[in-house]
Ligand binder design. Structure first.
Ligand SMILES: C[S@@+](CC[C@H](N)C(=O)[O-])C[C@H]1O[C@@H](n2cnc3c(N)ncnc32)[C@H](O)[C@@H]1O
Length: 343
């Protein structure tokens, strides 16, 4: 089975060092300032400079400097308590990154995905809220049993393009008997997935492998970990012509290799589909995050590749978290339609 889903953008958490420096523009007026006043000050600065999600950005930065995840989760006493000069300076530093359109996730150095706190670092792709839907879909299908994912209640999963490890690690945390092979061609992504696996104490059930899915000769290497029940991927799927329309936050800071899917966004998708039948067990499934235009394109492509014996069996459209400036998100699912195709 094959599934696909495309994601949009969502903001959240990172940690950058703060150092005192001389006065800089956008500093709030001198005096005893509370967290609430500083949030208002930076919200106004961000709004004036046209920074998206001005209030959210301001609240996340102030909360982070005060040691909380969100402004709302701060002890109420801290909302009105005067900030120290050091705290104000940290906020100044982090606010200046946001003025350069750095995503909040990179500024804070961490972000939550599926309830897991992950380290974030540029240029590794920031996991989007839509991808949480893909994870939920996989989990639904796994818990429904053999209908979709074969006889395994604790499947062996291959993730192609693991980025920060968000998908693999959230699946592992929800499927305590499962194991994952997580591959990515980016060195920074491989390192960050290692770090996040350690951070979450999930390193014993994940194999993290540098791997380029377009490099046919190295596929056999993956088989040494055994045939898999599921392939999951949020591949680069942006149509090349749409790349220039992406927000400055994405274009300036995220790796274009994580986004650009070629002329019709299909370059990596087709490689995954071609690879999957060689690695999947009988009736194994492929779950992909894709652009809403992709299911039709994938359907046509699969018809032209009858040897692959993959059937597109389900599709979902998801607008969660999509913003006006971003493409809406689609999902789809396909399945290995062969019998006697096993390993
Ligand atoms: C859209 S990001 C998804 C990252 C992560 N799975 C997530 O959802 O947050 C796509 C990932 O695919 C990786 N990638 C791009 N081309 C690849 C290729 N040819 N082989 C393996 N990984 C690739 C990128 O480095 C990037 O980490």
């Amino acid at each position: 089975m094959l599934r696909a889903l495309l994601s949009g953008l969502g903001w959240r958490k990172g940690i950058w060092g703060c150092a005192f420096s001389s006065w800089q523009p956008h500093q709030p007026p001198v005096g005893l300032l509370s967290a609430t006043e500083v949030v208002s000050h930076w919200t106004a600065v961000f709004e004036e400079k046209g920074i998206p999600e001005a209030r959210e950005s301001s609240e996340y930065i102030v909360a982070h400097v005060l040691g909380a995840k969100t402004f709302q989760s701060l002890r109420p006493g801290l909302w009105t308590q005067p900030l120290t000069p050091w705290q104000l300076q940290c906020i100044q530093e982090l606010g200046s990154y946001r003025l350069q359109r750095m995503p909040v996730q990179y500024i804070l150095g961490e972000w939550d995905f599926q309830g897991l706190n992950l380290k974030m670092a540029p240029p590794v792709f920031i996991p989007r809220p839509e991808t949480e839907e893909l994870v939920e879909w996989v989990l639904e299908e796994v818990t429904q049993g053999p209908r979709v994912v074969g006889a395994e209640s604790s499947p062996l999963i291959l993730e192609v393009g693991c980025g920060s490890g968000a998908i693999s690690l959230s699946l592992l945390s929800r499927l305590p008997q499962s194991r994952v092979i997580a591959v990515d061609k980016g060195e920074a992504a491989i390192c960050l997935t290692h770090e996040n696996a350690q951070r979450l104490q999930l390193q014993d059930r994940i194999q993290i492998v540098p791997f380029d899915v377009t490099s046919v000769e190295s596929w056999a290497h993956l088989l040494s970990w055994g045939p898999v029940d599921l392939v999951v991927s949020n591949p680069p799927y942006v149509f090349h012509r749409d790349m220039e329309k992406l927000a400055p936050e994405i274009l300036r800071y995220e790796d274009p290799v994580a986004l650009d899917g070629g002329e019709e966004g299909m370059d990596i998708i087709t490689h995954i589909l071609a690879l999957a039948p060689q690695l999947l067990k009988d009736s194994g499934s492929i779950f992909l995050e894709v652009d809403p235009r992709h299911p039709e394109l994938v359907g046509s492509w699969l018809q032209s590749q009858p040897d692959l014996s993959l059937n597109l069996v389900a599709m979902r459209r998801d607008f969660c978290g999509s913003k006006d400036t971003e493409a809406p998100v689609g999902q789809m699912c396909a399945q290995d339609g062969t019998s006697g195709h096993g390993h």
